[in-house]
Structure formats: C-alpha cells, structure tokens
Design a binder for this molecule. Structure first.
Ligand SMILES: Nc1ncnc2c1ncn2[C@@H]1O[C@H](COP(=O)(O)OP(=O)(O)OP(=O)(O)O)[C@@H](O)[C@H]1O
Ligand SMILES: [Mg+2]
Length: 270
C-alpha cells in the first residue's frame, strides 16, 4: 500500500511573496527550470534565499516542499519508509518523493548539514537521469518535467569535513546571493518592517558597520533578516538602540567586548 498525500509542508503559494530582485537571478532560475537543471543557492544567512524560492515557486506555479537539513537527516527521511499503522505496514513517502510525484519544487535547505548517504540519493535526481532510487520500495521514480531540485548552502561557515563535494556541486546551476546593495536593502527593510525611509537608511548603515567587523571578532555581520527584526521592534515603539541590541547585537555575538562595540555604533547612529 502506498500513501502519499500533500502535507502542509508541500504547498502552493497563492499570494505573491514580496521579493526585490537583486540581479538576474529570476531569469537564470527560470532558464534553469525550463531546461530541467537543478539549482544551488549560495549565500550567507538571512540574505533572501528562502524568500527567493518562495517567490519562484509562486512564479512557476509549483508547490514548494522545503526540507531543513540537519546532521541526523538520512536518505530514508527524504525518500520515505515503511511504518506500522493500525497493525498494517504502509509505505509513507518522504518529502523528496512527494515533491517528485507532484512535480513540485524541492528545496533542501543547508544541504551540507545532511548525512553523507543523503547525497547519494540526490545525485541521480540532479543529473540528466532525473530519477529517484527508492531502494526500500525497489522502485526507480522518474521525475516529471515540472519537478525541480534546489539546494542551499552557506559557503564559509563549513569545515572542510562539511563542504559540498565536487561531484555534488558540479550538478547544479549556482546562483550567488549576498546582502542587497544599500538602496535595495533600505527598501526591503522599510517594506518588511514598516519603519520609514529615514529609519531604514539608518538600520542599513548600522548593518554595514557590523559587516565591517566581520573577521575582526565577528563571525558574520547583521543580516537583512536581523534588520527586518530590528525594524519591526522599532515600528512597535521599541527604542532603536534597544532594538538594535536585542534584535541584532545579541543575535550575532555573545562576546561582551563585541557587544559593547556594536552598542557604541548604534548609539552614535540613533
Ligand atoms: N530580496 C529580498 N526581497 C524581499 N525580502 C528580502 C530580500 N532579501 C532578504 N529579505 C528579507 O530578509 C529575510 C530573511 O531572508 P531569508 O529567510 O530568505 O534568508 P535566507 O537566505 O534563506 O537565510 P538562511 O540561510 O538563514 O536560511 C526575509 O524574511 C525578508 O524579510
Ligand atoms: Mg533560508
């Protein structure tokens, strides 16, 4: 018996997700999709990768199935497994299989976190065979034309052990993401949080200052996501310096000296 239903994690997006185009990423993704090529999104945390995928799923009118990969994630978690339900053994599709069956977009977030054996499963799906081996079912599932595989990865945070293998990365069309240019980021922060243009400008300036600290004690500067968080607090009447401390500084570091340095930056700005 095979059970495969659309679950909440696989959904059609009916309202356009707000997405500011940074470069030619939409055109490249669409061309890759038309040519049935899988896509790799690279970029730091909180720079718009997930939002972009939601936007593309809406544009292409395909359901989006997102899987956050973690170090326990096995091939069976993606493909499916037999479960005992009411005394009966039933096969339950995993999210990747569901995405293949319904011709959806499967987005494997933070792919390098997943266990090595999961890569083996996506390889035949990510080259021109476009097939998913379902070992436990003894089946080979052919992906329909509409199916698309996308993965994301934050270069720089990984150890050599957790880097993407060449045999994996060389299957994908890569799109590089980064924090948007100041003008664009101001617009995003204002739109997403509800602060006015002047406040959005200050927040972006603040973020750029923290990004300059990267490498000299900070692992990563403030992401666009954190600016949106700070903006939301400010739009809810939280004092900007307090908002920057809670939503940004505390989120990027625990180091007391670094916290003080960031606090200084925001105090001078606001
Ligand atoms: N180009 C953009 N257009 C609209 N909103 C954006 C854009 N870039 C970033 N954002 C805002 O930043 C937030 C964080 O982006 P998102 O969740 O897509 O980051 P991410 O790159 O997926 O991060 P992670 O690697 O941590 O998953 C979004 O919720 C959105 O508010
Ligand atoms: Mg994401």
């Amino acid at each position: 018996m095979t059970a495969h239903t659309l679950t909440p994690e696989s959904h059609f997006i009916d309202r356009e997700p707000y997405y500011e185009t940074v470069g030619d990423e939409i055109a490249i993704f669409e061309a890759a999709y038309r040519n049935r090529l899988p896509v790799l999104l690279k970029g730091p945390t909180g720079c718009g990768k997930t939002r972009f995928m939601e936007h593309m799923a809406w544009r292409l009118k395909r359901p989006l199935i997102t899987v956050s990969c973690h170090d326990d994630l096995t091939a069976s978690d993606l493909v499916g497994r037999y479960l005992v339900k009411g005394g009966e053994t039933v096969w339950v599709d995993g999210p990747l299989t569901r995405a293949v069956r319904c011709g959806g977009i499967c987005y494997l977030d933070e792919i390098v976190e997943a266990r090595k054996d999961t890569m083996v499963v996506i390889h035949p799906l990510a080259d021109d065979r476009r097939e998913l081996p379902m070992e436990k079912l003894g089946q080979l599932l052919q992906a329909p034309e509409e199916f698309c595989l996308a993965i994301s990865y934050n270069p720089g945070y990984q150890s050599v052990l957790k880097d993407l293998k060449q045999s994996t990365r060389q299957r994908f069309v890569a799109l590089e993401f980064d924090y948007p240019a100041a003008e664009l980021e101001r617009r995003i922060v204002a739109n997403e949080s509800g602060v006015d243009a002047a406040m959005a400008e200050k927040l972006v300036k603040f973020a750029q200052m923290t990004r300059n600290l990267k490498g000299s004690g900070l692992e990563e500067g403030a992401s666009t996501r954190l600016l949106v968080h700070a903006g939301k607090l400010i739009a809810s009447s939280v004092d900007p310096v307090v908002a920057c401390r809670s939503a940004v500084a505390q989120a990027v570091t625990d180091d007391a000296d670094m916290l003080a340095a960031i606090q200084e930056l925001s105090s001078s700005l606001f």
